[in-house]
Design a protein around this ligand. Structure first.
Ligand code: ATP
Ligand code: MG
Length: 672
């Protein structure tokens, strides 16, 4: 679908930073022609203890030796200083940095830049007191509370390398990351509040520490924030509150080299074993700030809300660093979108008059399926920019976001990027160009993106190929922790001279990029290459379908055949009673299923072509997802593949292990 949506930007009552396609192109060209000048100017906005000697040096081609990327070499700075102290020096200490909205709607408070700095300094002093030093890796495993942000910035201030692990991970997944990072210090809390649930973290941490010990890693320091009220019986744990209590609220800054490591973050694990992505300080700082300012058209006085958990890169760059570096006021939300009811996100937008709202397609899809009164009862007129990230967004969901949430007055920015890229790479800029639902549009400043054929030649417009980036941007990862070889192999060996993202996509005639999906998820049927999302978009046109995943299952003749897995909407044309009866032989339901299957096949034939007609349509209760909410097509492929696999791929990142068990049971009954 290629409908162009021209956002009525004049209605937004504010001038966008970049308000025409011409000014976007002029600035993009400048950033590509003279990156040193462009990024040097951006970097000058920050405080440098010692200025850099050279803006950029790099080798992007494995044939010329090891890959390396260095930005602002010779410079010394500190990202925490630039995110907090600098604004206070400029007289903005009383500005709110975060509105904290707790799990319960009546738990909320705010933190000014001055207060946040005091708390960060106390915590940095606490870290120093227990012996954490520059270069040490520190694992942060916490709920979405202000102490998580304080812990991150507290590390950054003294040069410790933070590695946040999403609070939903199990002991095993946590332990793998602690061991890989070689971290001897963990910062955690007693528990997490998630909607009606109280989830204890202490037993998970204890078990993880045990696993680490079995792997010859002694975790000697555990700082525990008392939050939910669970008792810690382990005396080895140091109480956050007691520790910080005696620390001073000033802490001098450790001036760090531009290329010193800032953080380590593991990828979501959608395609395989998570990778320990390492980001360094100065380039990331410059890139996080500029992307936040332009892609969300951030202006002073705005209230920015990125809903991503800080355990993911989106939370790092657009909940913490980007907004703070721009002196912005943001929301930090502890809870979930459906508690106490399905209108929670919208009630928060109304309460704080949020201007930019940034979330993931998985959240948009689930909220879209709820009764419309949850949305309609809230005043969302403050919103100007609606962002999405993490997966391709199908046009139905895009249009719902634009129309129902944005009332056709907001720019929708579909931002394409990765843990590895540090910040968004391809995105429409609000006010610069019309949007196309489902396309992430144009490269950000400093980004040169291409779509390549397998032989390395550029693909023609409309032709699908591999998405690559031609040159380093400041936010690019520097290595995979302790595995530079895997870094070079994963990203630089397929097309020497380019960074390969691992996703496929195409450009349309207007130069807009359309991400089709992960290369691993591309299906090959009788020699035709078909992106999962093309089939899924067609299926999603049926209003009974809540969620869908298409995968290629091995087939003796065709190579692969397409199987479609879908979750039905609770209130579809199949009424609830019929869905409950699904597992029992029931004529009425069977007829409804035949009708549904026929319609879905027809939709794919019409939208994609007969060659892509699904061989099977399987209704499932839930799709397997990562903890960040992304559909794990590789597991569906493994489970339903006719070739009996010894073992499923890495399951450590699956959010609900029960979903896998149910799918395996269902696969058995299909008599593969
Ligand atoms: P792993 O690398 O461990 O398999 P992952 O790729 O899911 O996990 P992330 O770095 O969190 O880990 O996700 C980046 C990927 O998410 C991208 O490579 C792309 O496949 C997908 N993605 C992100 N944003 C978009 C978007 N706007 N449109 C389409 N796909 C997107
Ligand atoms: Mg990835």
């Amino acid at each position: 679908m290629d409908t162009v949506v021209d956002v009525p930007f004049r209605l937004l009552n504010r001038k966008a930073h970049i308000n025409s396609i011409e000014s976007y192109r002029a600035m993009h060209t400048r950033s590509i022609k003279d990156p040193e000048k462009f990024w040097g100017e951006v970097a000058s906005e920050f405080y440098w203890n010692i200025s850099w000697k050279r803006v950029l040096s790099y080798n992007f081609n494995v044939r010329n030796g090891p890959i390396f990327i260095k930005w602002f070499e010779g410079g010394k700075t500190n990202i925490c200083y630039n995110a907090l102290d600098r604004h206070i020096q400029e007289g903005k200490g009383e500005r709110v940095a975060f509105y904290f909205e707790g799990n319960e709607p009546n738990t909320f408070t705010s933190y000014t830049y001055r207060l946040l700095l005091q708390k960060v300094c106390k915590f940095s002093n606490a870290l120093l007191k227990i012996g954490v030093k520059k270069g040490d890796r520190v694992i942060i495993y916490m709920p979405m509370i202000i102490e998580l942000i304080i812990a991150v910035l507290g590390c950054a201030r003294i040069g410790a390398v933070h590695s946040v692990v999403f609070g939903g991970f199990s002991s095993e997944a946590l332990a793998i990351r602690i061991v890989d990072a070689g971290a001897e210090c963990i910062i955690t809390a007693d528990g997490i509040l998630r909607g009606p649930k109280q989830i204890p973290l202490i037993p998970i941490v204890q078990k993880a520490i045990g696993i680490c010990k079995d792997n010859n890693l002694v975790v000697s320091k555990v700082i525990l924030k008392n939050w939910v009220g669970f008792k810690a019986e382990d005396e080895k744990f140091i109480s956050w509150d007691n520790l910080v209590d005696t620390c001073k609220s000033e802490c001098s800054v450790e001036w760090l080299d531009s290329e010193d490591p800032l953080f380590l973050l593991y990828t979501s694990g959608s395609t395989g074993t998570p990778k320990g992505v390492l980001h360094s300080i100065a380039g990331y700082m410059v890139y996080a700030s500029l992307t936040h300012r332009y892609a969300f058209d951030y202006h002073e006085g705005d209230v920015f809300w990125c809903t991503a958990d800080i355990g993911w890169i989106t939370g790092h760059t657009y909940t913490i660093y980007g907004p703070l570096l721009n002196g912005a006021t943001s929301i930090l939300f502890e809870g979930i979108p459906t508690y106490p009811d399905g209108g929670r996100f919208w009630s928060i937008c109304e309460k704080y008059a949020v201007t930019q709202f940034y979330t993931a397609p998985t959240a948009i899809r689930s909220l879209m399926g709820l009764d419309s009164h949850f949305l309609e009862k809230h005043d969302l007129s403050s919103l100007r920019v609606l962002g999405t990230v993490g997966e391709s967004i199908n046009s139905e969901a895009w249009l719902w976001y634009y129309k129902a949430v944005g009332k056709q007055k907001c720019a929708v920015v579909d931002t394409y990027w990765q843990t590895e890229t540090g910040g968004l790479m391809v995105s429409p800029l609000p006010g610069a160009a019309p949007a196309k639902p489902g396309s992430c549009a144009l490269p950000f400043f400093g980004v040169q993106v291409q779509v390549l054929n397998p032989d390395g030649t550029p693909a023609a417009a409309g032709q699908e190929g591999c998405i690559v980036f031609d040159r380093p941007w400041p936010g690019i990862m520097r290595t995979i922790f302790k595995d530079h070889n895997r870094f070079e192999k994963s990203y630089f060996s397929v097309f020497p001279g380019h960074y390969t993202a691992g996703d496929s996509g195409f450009f349309d005639e207007d130069g807009y990029l359309w991400v089709v999906g992960r290369i691993d998820d591309v299906m090959s049927v009788s020699g035709h290459r078909i992106g999962a999302s093309e089939v899924e978009n067609a299926i999603a046109l049926n209003k009974d379908i809540a969620e869908v995943a298409a995968v290629g299952i091995d087939h003796e003749v065709k190579g692969q055949s397409i199987w479609v897995f879908c979750v039905l909407r609770p209130q579809g044309t199949l009424n609830e009673g019929e869905i409950i009866l699904y597992s029992v032989p029931n004529l009425k339901l069977k007829l409804a299923m035949v009708e549904l299957t026929n319609d879905l096949k027809l939709k794919v034939r019409q939208q994609v072509g007969a060659f892509a007609t699904p061989e099977r349509i399987v209704v499932v209760e839930s799709l397997p997802k990562t903890r960040s909410g992304k559909i794990m097509r590789r597991l569906l492929r493994d489970i339903f593949s006719r070739v009996k696999k010894q073992k499923l791929g890495d399951c450590s990142t699956v959010s609900e292990p029960q979903v896998i068990k149910n799918l395996v049971k269902q696969a058995m009954t299909l008599q593969l």
